[in-house]
Design a protein around this ligand. Structure first.
Ligand code: KG4
Ligand code: ZN
Length: 346
């Protein structure tokens, strides 16, 4: 599909809208984060998130159009995240996208949020929205992708950008959840991933020996488990005592981060080996982690595999990746999409 796409993403606690131009360049990628709003509760409160999406989505869409220098008349397709995510939050984006598409007589594409993370590495960046230099070459299939976010962690094989095949997944917590829960144990604010990332730079990652779980059960040998490392951190903090744990917080953060990153990259190595693919992509909020990014670069150097790690603003939730996935999907035409189900699972 070659058209200007306006995308909306409201699956969790970021209100996002983006314009993707017909040449594949990102015209704008606006993210109104609700992070501070939820920090006081130590996590996302779905009802609060949905109400804030309702207040912000239209303004964020207007901002995305303005930054892209684009009027609604120049939009050919509307795309929206249809799931998975918080139902009340998704409904806001889906309702507004449907209303906009119906009013303008435009086709609508419902996108699986995780598909967005899988194809984030296919986007090129241009313009003022990014402080990063554009990548000349976006990724092309076949590739193996590691998606690690707050709600999901999996390895996928991509042969066709319209779909992906999961080859390994977490059997319990997502990697981002492990970061967030670990941060809470260390007394750090929500969202914990960036906090642990920052604190770990001042710590010794070999200070404590946290377990790197290698589950053999589940659907396949490329699966992950992060509940054990979280419990190990809980015990370490308890055994050290409050004062000593506070004093050694950077060491705890660095060792904990190392265990999570080692587990992610260990399975990624096995997946690249098993799939015999020479391209590796990162996606999801945890892919913004500095140790994961540098570790992935070392792994790919060693294996002779090309690494595609999207800039951090395309790793965490954003609407550009939703527009990116929409390019490869069939749109629904009015009035068919009036029955689009926000609660539909992938
Ligand atoms: O993909 P995302 O923005 O939202 C979901 O789809 O869940 O991922 C959010 C997750 C949170 O758990 C957050 O703590 C984590 O990504 N995260 C990080 C970093 N930045 C965000 N985890 C580790 N290091 C980071 N720098
Ligand atoms: Zn996400």
């Amino acid at each position: 599909m070659s058209s200007n796409i306006l995308a909306v993403e409201t699956s969790c606690d970021d209100t996002c809208a983006a314009v993707l131009r017909s040449d594949g360049a990102i015209g704008s990628n606006v993210i109104a984060s609700q992070g501070l709003l939820h920090a006081r509760y130590g996590g996302v409160v779905p009802e609060v998130a949905a109400r804030r999406h309702l207040e912000l989505t239209v303004a964020v869409i207007e901002d995305a159009l303005e930054r892209a220098g684009c009027s609604l008349d120049e939009i050919d397709t509307v795309a929206v995240t249809r799931g998975p995510g918080l139902i009340a939050a998704l409904l806001v984006g889906v309702s507004i996208a449907k209303g906009l598409a119906a009013a303008r007589g435009l086709p609508l594409v419902g996108v699986n949020h995780l598909h967005g993370h899988v194809v984030a590495s296919t986007l090129t960046l241009r313009g003022e929205d990014s402080v990063h230099t554009p990548r000349a070459e976006p990724i092309e299939p076949p590739y193996v992708c590691l998606v690690a976010s707050g709600g999901h962690t999996f390895l996928a094989r991509v042969d066709d950008l319209a779909r992906y095949e999961i080859v390994g997944r977490t059997l319990d917590d997502a990697a981002g959840e492990a970061f967030d829960k670990g941060a809470r144990l260390l007394g750090l604010p929500y969202p914990g991933g960036p906090e642990i990332d920052r604190l770990a730079r001042a710590g010794d990652r070999d200070a404590l020996d946290f377990p790197v779980a290698r589950p053999e059960g589940g659907s396949g040998t490329l699966d992950f488990s992060f509940s054990g490392v979280k419990t190990a951190l809980l015990y370490a903090v308890r055994d050290l005592g409050a004062a000593e744990a506070e004093r050694r917080r950077a060491d705890l953060a660095a060792s904990y981060q190392r265990a999570i990153v080692t587990a992610l990259l260990g399975r990624a190595r096995e997946a690249l080996d098993a799939e015999g693919v020479r391209r590796f992509a990162l996606g999801g909020g945890v892919a913004a982690n500095s140790e994961l990014r540098s570790g992935a670069a070392e792994l790919c150097d060693e294996l002779g595999v090309r690494l595609f790690s999207p800039p951090p603003e395309l790793c965490t939730d954003n609407a550009a990746m939703i527009a990116g996935a929409a390019r490869f999907l069939d749109p629904l035409r009015y009035p068919d999409y009036l029955t689009l189900d926000a609660a539909a699972r992938p």
